[in-house]
Design a protein around this ligand. Sequence first.
Ligand SMILES: C[S@@+](CC[C@H](N)C(=O)[O-])C[C@H]1O[C@@H](n2cnc3c(N)ncnc32)[C@H](O)[C@@H]1O
Length: 296
Amino acid sequence: MNDSVTRNNLQLNKWIKRAWPSIILPLVVLFLFHNRNIHPGYNVSWWKLYKLARRLRRNGKSIKSGSSYRAHLAMAAKLLEISPSTEGVVVECGCFKGGSTANLSIICDFVGRDLIIYDSFEGLPSGGPNDRYTRDAQGHFFGALDTVSHNVEKFGVLERCSFRKGWFIDTLPEHVEPIVLAFLDVDYQASIHDCLVNLWPHLIDKGYVFTDDYTYTDLCAVYFSEEFWQREFGTNPPGLIGTGTGIAMGQFFVGPLMSMGGNRAYPLQSPASTAYTRKDYTGYWGYRRENEEKNE
Ligand SMILES: C[S@@+](CC[C@H](N)C(=O)[O-])C[C@H]1O[C@@H](n2cnc3c(N)ncnc32)[C@H](O)[C@@H]1O
């Protein structure tokens, strides 16, 4: 009895894994782009958006990638809200084999922007003492520059891309271009720190930062840390939409990641999403009871 239930479960799992992405593709397009804030200057149609989504999803099967095509599509949705006349590039920090890069290059071509890619092209550095999930992962997510540019040439739009090779601590301080959207997929606290400290000042007023490190609440905590934002920028923290579980894009994920088996969780309950903030958002808690203030 138990064996047959397990067998049936596994079969159902397999079926869902195969069918679900196709079932929800049109729904993801509908949910993400049914949006009156899309700028009319892009002249988009449902058919163009559907074709974009289909291409991004196909690429997800062709290049080994650490993020979902749905995350990339969510970035497209937000880029389409920014006026085409607003100056600014898209930046990707952390590209692995170029799966997310190829998709972002297609999106950049769609919205008429350039893409700058920062990576060591040697994989992850070694982690720090507080990097609980990827501490011993030096060299993981290795993708050589040749491999990445080959993948982008084959599956994306290479002409949109410029690659800046090296450790973030050395390369990011040299960044000068205004940024409309940055995608950070960098796994470590030190790497997140270097990306935010060096890129945030170049983000336009309503520019976006997306992160793939959204399932780890301690990594998301930087977006709510008053200490960090006051020290680095003299501002309040911006917060992070999608903290811990990602934004809703056709799949539930109750989290947290480790207790649910990470990417091996049940197909309807796996994280295949993203989280984001915008420069003008706030994640600051400023309330205090009046009598507490008086007692000071
Ligand atoms: C998880 S992978 C990126 C996955 C990719 N965005 C995708 O969706 O396939 C993390 C990447 O960050 C890069 N990385 C992390 N910390 C870095 C640092 N301090 N300097 C340069 N590259 C770094 C690694 O080389 C690796 O390519």
